[in-house]
Write a protein that binds this ligand. Structure first.
Ligand code: F6R
Length: 260
């Protein structure tokens, strides 16, 4: 995998938004997989600025969700569908009809998972999937010991993830226990995976992902199996990487036009 160490979240946002813009220029009807959480926000802001400046035309772009809470009432402001409408679709000027996501309120949840897999396949697969990483190494909501071959399914959140996400709710009790998430096998089918991490709190998970063994204990380590995975981290999140000088030298010697 390619590891890119950037100065800060703003530089990360600019670099990754440029990669998304390049994809859209090459393939205007691309399917862009987005993640929720705090980390990708600078990417969405930088991309929205490019759209506002007329540098990127998202008129044919499709956007899809990585995961969703189960059981929140429709329209709940912290359901990932609503979060993504607010943070991605509205700023980019993309309508609901170009947005794919699983139905976390479905009565038949296994059916909703299977339907979402089918939707992604029918849309031609994900071209670029943004990923954050949990402090426990999760991607999407694939918690430790998730099957590396898993497909979209229902998962139970670890207590650690519920505590991490309590900041978005009025306390821990409100954080749902169950989610629908694209499986690791599903995520690995995207053509380009871009994993983002910022801050020292992610340093241990990043080191295990990049330099540790492939293990279901660290779901993000499955990225080592992908032919085009890019990990973009700030200095703080990179601080436990053993080969950081090598990653920096490799990226610095890349032609500027090549991107990530
Ligand atoms: C969200 C998701 C999660 C987050 C991860 C990091 O859709 O899939 O894996 O990316 O929990 O969250 P932040 O960025 O808030 O630290």
């Amino acid at each position: 995998m390619e590891v890119v160490i950037v100065a800060d979240a703003a530089a990360q946002g600019e670099l990754v938004a440029s990669a998304v813009a390049d994809l859209i220029a090459r393939k205007p009807e691309a399917l862009f997989g987005v993640a929720t959480g705090s980390t990708p926000l600078p990417v969405y802001q930088a991309l929205a600025a490019k759209v506002a400046a007329g540098q990127v035309d998202v008129g044919r772009l499709k956007v899809c969700q990585l995961d969703e809470y189960v059981g929140l009432p429709a329209g709940h402001p912290e359901s990932y569908r609503e979060v993504l409408k607010r943070e991605v679709l509205a700023p980019l000027g993309i309508g609901d009809s170009a947005f794919l996501g699983p139905d976390g309120g479905a009565e038949d949840l296994p059916g909703a998972c299977a339907a979402y897999e089918q939707q992604l396949a029918d849309a031609g697969g994900v071209d670029l999937q943004l990923l954050g990483i949990g402090t426990d190494g999760h991607i999407g909501f694939n918690e430790p010991v998730s099957s590396l071959a898993s497909r979209t399914r229902i998962k139970t959140l670890t207590e650690r993830t519920r505590v991490d996400n309590a900041r978005f709710f009025n306390g821990l009790d409100e954080v749902p226990r169950h989610v629908i998430t694209q499986g690791i096998g599903t995520i690995l089918q995207a053509r380009h995976l871009v994993l983002l991490a910022t801050g020292a709190g992610k340093a241990e998970a990043v080191a295990a992902t990049v330099e540790g063994p492939v293990s279901s204990m660290v779901p993000a380590s499955a990225l080592q199996l992908h032919p085009h995975a890019t990990v973009v981290v700030d200095e703080a999140a990179a601080q436990q990487l053993k080969l950081s000088d090598y990653y920096k030298a490799t990226f610095a010697s890349k032609p500027a036009w090549q991107g990530i």
